[in-house]
Design a protein around this ligand. Structure first.
Ligand code: GRF
Length: 208
């Protein structure tokens, strides 16, 4: 069993998608704990409802090093083997990256490397692109810069605003994130983050 520790700051729809995918047998990875930097995060309320272990690690700018160590400690306490940033709105530091041994993924609402950082759907609209989507990638020390594992695309319509485009992107996030975690749990991810799947990409299989 692949145990997952999820980090979430907000609504938690990706967290819910992961938990429900596991419950319905679509994802072999199981979320066992949720860590949040906000005690009022709806993601945390959902985690409590499902009786998952929860940890609140409030962000303190002046004590960033201690905060980063606490994130790593929460991961260790969860006895998870993978970490998922599911709408965690902070940059995580070296302690968590080292403690996870690089087994940490993020979901981002753009086709990276395009539009990293905040408000990615608004950035896509401002740039006038006709296609956007989401990316699941390994986390490194940068902002949305780690190796890409899988992507899924959605159209961008003329009259889209940030909310409409983000909602369309989230629909594919909710499929892609559990799909990638399932592939990880089934051992389809090798050390260099390449997929062994008969030459087909994970995203293609996701949409079959
Ligand atoms: C998602 O769009 C994700 O790509 C980004 O933050 C958002 C979190 O949404 N990193 P939710 O809290 O999972 O609903």
């Amino acid at each position: 069993m692949t145990r997952v520790c999820a980090f979430a700051s907000g609504r938690g729809s990706n967290l819910r998608a992961l938990v429900e995918a596991h419950e319905s047998g679509r994802c072999a990875a199981e979320v066992v704990a949720v860590v949040s930097d906000r005690s009022d995060a709806p993601a945390l309320a959902f985690a409590k409802e499902r009786r998952l272990a929860t940890h609140v690690v409030p962000f303190r700018r002046q004590e960033r090093d201690a905060w980063n160590r606490q994130l790593a400690e929460a991961f260790t306490a969860s006895e998870a083997t993978w970490a998922v940033l599911a709408g965690f709105m902070r940059i995580v530091g070296t302690p968590l990256l080292e403690t996870t041994g690089g087994r940490i993924v993020n979901v981002h609402p753009s086709l990276l490397p395009a539009f990293p950082g905040l408000h990615a759907p608004a950035q896509a609209i401002a740039a006038g692109v006709r296609v956007s989507g989401c990316t699941v990638h390994l986390v490194d020390g940068g902002v949305d810069t780690g190796p890409v594992l899988a992507q899924a695309s959605v159209p961008v319509f003329q009259d889209d605003d940030e909310t409409a485009l983000h909602a369309r992107i989230q629909q594919v996030e909710h499929q892609l994130l559990p799909f990638v975690l399932d592939a990880i749990a089934l051992g389809r991810l090798d050390e260099r983050a390449r997929w062994r799947d008969g030459g087909r990409s994970v995203a293609e299989r996701a949409w079959r």
